[in-house]
Design a protein around this ligand. Structure first.
Ligand code: UDX
Length: 484
């Protein structure tokens, strides 16, 4: 770093969409940039920052790095708003009405550094908050878009105008054939069906606000300086090749959680005093680790539907019967505010759970997935969970809830990567029971071989000389060059 930039190192402001998974992956990005001597301002929502301070080691860990600064901004919702998937539109509207003007104020005065801990030389913002690009252009600060979804899903979003032009969207009535091909998504013609498109596409009217938003925000990404994706080249070559014909600078630097672990293990001296890796917004119940220790190797099905999914009590009971009837031990995360509706739980379920089930509110998921007793993951196919499962070599049963999860579950299933089973659009106890048995017993070795191969590719990409490792170094040089 030359004299000037040493005295005034680059400062990157990182601004995640204010939900757990986006905060999680962007905090890992923040830490990777700190390693490179870049000063980071992390812009958390007021609501999430209070939870992060209460339930994680993130503040202690990150403020250990020179120049690291937490800033906060309102997300526009009352504190008691659940911020769950079924009401996520309210968060989008609040961000646009309240957060956007406040963000503009912060960026206009960012050169003074009062609120941002120093003059901001680059913004890395969550690409689903497309107002950040307008603000960055207005104040003349370079902006890099970060998308927390897979490259394949991002490419499917990008192809929505083509799907509409081809007449493949919108849905054609309630009895539409959801298994008809989504052939306008180039590179996926042979396996992607209408039912596998992002859930925003399941509309009968093109003026649907969700469809419009996801289309606009994706097209706007072409105005950013670059795009960051939490994936690795070897996993999604085809989608990345298509994306790169529209966006010249795409930094694929994932899996971020594995990348951070690799760089930290290479530089133990840099490890912050507070070793808790947690970025959790909820209290982690660590008692599950002792329960896992008491279970046989690869015997447990781990069940979690992420940080914003909401299931009905009917769905919950179907999963519960399926898990109990599978005869396999299960560790089930039932996050606070994740079940809608009231229904009496049959006593037979509660009794059977005492024998071989363990139910908790929130866990250290990366540690749970890495535990040798966990044999498989019943997941909603959020992208972070999918990457974490791949790296820990755990095959999956995918029950997508919304957003990008429908795309992810198609890739994990037997049509593409064959590292698990796609349970999309079904929720019955017989299917759950059969899939758990197939995953942990009947077809176990087949899935373990496939996910092992994929994990090896992921780990190679984040090791020195690997594709994600090299891409991150290139991105860091790019960011430093903005400061000259
Ligand atoms: C959201 C969208 O729903 C998802 O589709 C998109 O890919 C990312 O943004 P979320 O639903 O929360 O994410 O799922 P996911 O991406 O899997 O992120 C969940 C995060 O919470 C993971 O990093 C996981 O490790 C963590 N987690 C989950 C815990 O730490 N403890 C738990 O008990 C459950």
């Amino acid at each position: 770093m030359d004299q000037k930039s040493q005295s005034n190192p680059p400062r990157v402001l990182i601004f995640p969409f204010p939900v757990q998974s986006h905060v999680n992956s962007m905090l890992k990005l923040a830490e990777l940039l700190c390693f490179a001597g870049i000063h980071v301002t992390f812009l958390n929502s007021d609501h999430n920052h209070r939870l992060l301070l209460c339930h994680s080691g993130a503040h202690t860990r990150l403020t250990h790095y020179p120049g690291f600064w937490f800033a906060t901004i309102p997300d526009g919702l009352p504190d008691d708003h659940p911020r769950t998937g079924d009401r996520i539109k309210e968060l989008f509207y609040a961000l646009s009405a309240v957060t956007r003007p406040r963000f503009r104020e912060m960026m206009v005065s960012s050169r003074l550094g009062a609120e941002t801990g120093g003059a901001v030389t680059c913004i890395i913002a969550d690409g689903i908050m497309c107002f950040t690009i307008d603000v960055a252009e207005e104040v003349g600060i370079p902006i890099i878009s970060f998308r927390t979804v897979s490259a394949s899903c991002f490419w499917a979003f990008f192809c929505i105008p083509k799907l509409i032009e081809a007449g493949e969207l919108p849905l054609r009535g309630d009895d539409d054939d959801m298994d008809r091909p989504a052939s306008a998504v180039s590179g996926m013609e042979s396996f992607l069906r209408i039912r596998d498109l992002p859930a925003f596409c399941r509309v009968h009217d093109l003026t649907d606000p969700g469809l419009q938003l996801v289309t606009t925000e994706t097209q706007l990404t072409t105005r950013a300086h670059a795009l960051i994706l939490n994936t690795f080249d070897e996993l999604e070559e085809s989608a990345l090749a298509h994306i790169r014909t529209h966006i010249s600078k795409v930094y694929t630097i994932g899996p971020l959680h594995a990348h951070l672990a690799t760089r930290q293990s290479a530089e133990p001296a840099s490890l912050p005093p507070d070793m808790t890796r947690s970025n959790s917004l909820w209290e982690e119940d660590r008692s599950c680790m002792a329960w896992l220790d008491s279970q046989p190797i690869k015997s447990v099905i781990y069940v979690s539907f992420g940080s914003i999914t909401v299931v009905t009590t009917d769905q919950m009971i179907e999963f519960w019967y399926g898990l109990v009837n599978s005869g396999k031990p299960f560790l089930w995360v039932i996050r606070p505010n994740s079940v809608a509706g009231e229904r009496q739980i049959p006593t037979e379920l509660s009794e059977a759970t005492k024998k071989r089930g363990y139910m908790v509110g929130w866990v250290p998921q990366e540690e749970v997935l890495a535990h040798p007793s966990v044999g498989g993951f019943l997941t909603h196919s959020g992208w972070n969970s999918t990457l974490e499962s791949i790296v820990s070599e755990k095959p999956m049963i995918c029950w997508p809830y919304f957003a990008d999860q429908q795309v992810n579950s198609r890739f994990v299933g037997e049509a593409v990567w064959r590292i698990g089973l796609d349970m999309k659009d079904t929720c019955d106890r017989l299917t759950v029971e059969k899939m758990v048995r197939d995953l942990l017993e009947v077809r176990r070795d087949e899935f373990l071989r496939s996910v092992h191969r994929m994990a090896e590719l992921a780990k190679k990409s984040v090791r020195e000389g690997g594709s994600s490792y090299r891409n991150l170094d290139r991105m860091i040089e790019d960011i430093k060059s903005m400061n000259c």
